[in-house]
Design a binder for this molecule. Structure first.
Ligand code: 5MM
Length: 347
C-alpha cells in the first residue's frame, strides 16, 4: 500500500471548493429515472446521457472527482474517446462504484445489506489498471418501527470496512457511504441519534480492519427529519444537527466529508451545505463538500430528455447546479428556499 498516494488522492478529492459528481446510478436506477422523463431505457441512451455529462464545458472547474459505474467506465464518446480519458483530460479524478447493491437482509425484515465483497480485490486491481483512483460503496440504513437493528448496522459497517481495506490495498481511495434514508416520519433528533450510532459503528470497524483514516472520504447523509415528519426544520437547524453529529462521530484524521443528497431538491441540498460552511467552517477538522447525484443531475436529465438538440441546455443546467455547490462550499450560495407548504426553511 502506498500511503502517501492515497493521502494525496483523498486530499485532491476535497481540495479547493470542488466536490464529487455521483454519476454511478446502476442500470436499474438510471432506467427508472429515464422512464419518468420518457427517455428510452437502452445502453445507448445511457451512454449518450453520460457523454452529455462528461463533455459539459467547465465541469473540471467545479468537480474534483466523478463516480462512474461499471458500464460507463467501459464506454466511449461517439468519437471513440473513452469516458475515463475524457474526464481525466478535464482534470477530474475518475472513480468507480464497486458494490453490487443493497439486498434484503436475512432475518431482518425491512432492512438491507450491501453485497459485493466476493472477488472485489481482483476487480479493484482491474479498475486501477484502467486509471481509476478511487471507489465507492453504499450501505443503506432504513429508519422505522424497531429499525435499524444492531445486526443490520454492524453487518453493513463491517462490509464497508472490509471494502475500504481492499481499496487501500489496491491503491484506491475508498469513499465510505453509510446512508440513513430520509423515508419515514422520524424526527430530526431521531435521525441524529441513528446517524451518530451508524457512524460510530462504521469507524469502529474501519479501525478493526486497519483502514488508514487519512486515505478515505466519508459520504454520509445530512441529518434531516423524515420526509413525512410533520415537524420539518430550518436550513440552519439541519446544519447544526448535522455538524454536531459529525463532530461527535468522525475522527479529525479523515480529510473530507462529501454528502449524498438522498432525494433533497438541488436548492435545499446546496442551501444546507452552505449553512454548514457559513456557520462552522473555521471550526471543522475536515473539509465539508458534496457528492451529489440527483441534486446535480436532475434538472439536466429532464432538459436533455434523450434529444441531441437539448444537449447544450442540459449541460448549462448541470454546470449551474455544480457551480451552486461550489458556492455552497464557499458559504456564498444564496437562494430563497421554501418548503412545499410555503413555510420558510431559511431562518
Ligand atoms: C444515495 O445515492 C448516492 C448519492 O446520490 P444522491 O445524491 O442522488 O442521493 C449515489 O451515489 C448512489 O449510490 C448511486 O446513484 C448508485 O445507486 P444505485 O442504487 O443505482 O446503485
Amino acid at each position: 500500500m502506498n500511503a502517501q498516494k492515497l493521502i494525496d488522492t483523498a486530499k485532491a478529492l476535497v481540495a479547493g471548493y470542488k466536490g464529487l459528481l455521483a454519476m454511478d446510478e446502476s442500470n436499474t436506477t438510471c432506467n427508472k429515472r429515464f422512464a419518468s422523463f420518457g427517455i428510452p431505457q437502452t445502453e445507448e441512451a445511457r451512454r449518450a446521457y453520460r457523454e452529455m455529462i462528461v463533455t459539459t464545458p467547465g465541469l473540471g472547474k467545479c468537480i474534483s472527482g466523478a463516480i462512474l459505474c461499471d458500464e460507463t467506465i467501459r464506454q466511449n464518446k461517439k468519437d471513440g474517446t473513452p469516458f475515463i480519458k475524457a474526464i481525466t483530460d478535464e482534470g477530474v479524478i475518475p472513480g468507480i462504484k464497486v458494490d453490487a447493491g443493497a439486498k434484503d437482509m436475512a432475518g431482518h425484515p425491512g432492512e438491507r445489506i450491501t453485497e459485493g465483497l466476493d472477488g472485489l480485490g481482483a476487480r479493484l486491481v482491474e479498475y486501477s489498471h484502467m486509471g481509476v483512483r478511487f471507489a465507492k460503496w453504499r450501505a443503506v440504513i432504513a429508519m422505522g418501527d424497531g429499525i435499524p437493528s444492531r445486526g443490520c448496522v454492524e453487518a453493513n459497517a463491517q462490509a464497508l470496512a472490509r471494502y475500504a481495506a481492499l481499496c487501500q490495498e489496491a491503491g484506491l481511495v475508498p469513499v465510505v457511504e453509510p446512508e440513513v434514508l430520509m423515508d419515514g416520519e422520524h424526527t430530526l433528533e431521531q435521525c441524529r441519534e441513528v446517524t451518530e450510532e451508524v457512524l460510530r459503528t462504521v469507524f469502529n470497524h474501519l479501525y478493526t480492519q486497519r483502514v488508514m483514516l487519512e486515505g478515505l472520504i466519508l459520504k454520509p447523509n445530512m441529518v434531516l427529519p423524515g420526509l413525512t415528519c410533520p415537524k420539518q426544520k430550518t436550513v440552519d437547524e439541519v446544519a447544526d444537527a448535522t455538524v454536531t453529529c459529525l463532530l461527535r462521530a468522525v475522527p479529525a484524521a479523515v480529510p473530507g466529508i462529501a454528502f449524498l443528497s438522498g432525494g433533497q431538491s438541488g436548492e435545499l441540498a446546496s442551501a444546507r451545505l452552505n449553512a454548514m460552511n457559513v456557520r462552522f467552517k473555521s471550526r471543522l477538522p475536515w473539509g465539508l463538500t458534496f457528492s451529489f447525484a440527483r441534486a446535480i443531475q436532475q434538472p439536466s436529465m429532464e432538459i436533455w430528455s434523450g434529444q441531441d438538440a437539448n444537449i447544450a441546455a442540459a449541460q448549462h443546467a448541470l454546470h449551474h447546479r455544480a457551480k451552486c455547490n461550489v458556492a455552497a462550499r464557499r458559504g456564498e450560495y444564496q437562494v430563497s428556499v421554501k418548503s412545499t407548504d410555503n413555510t420558510p426553511l431559511l431562518s
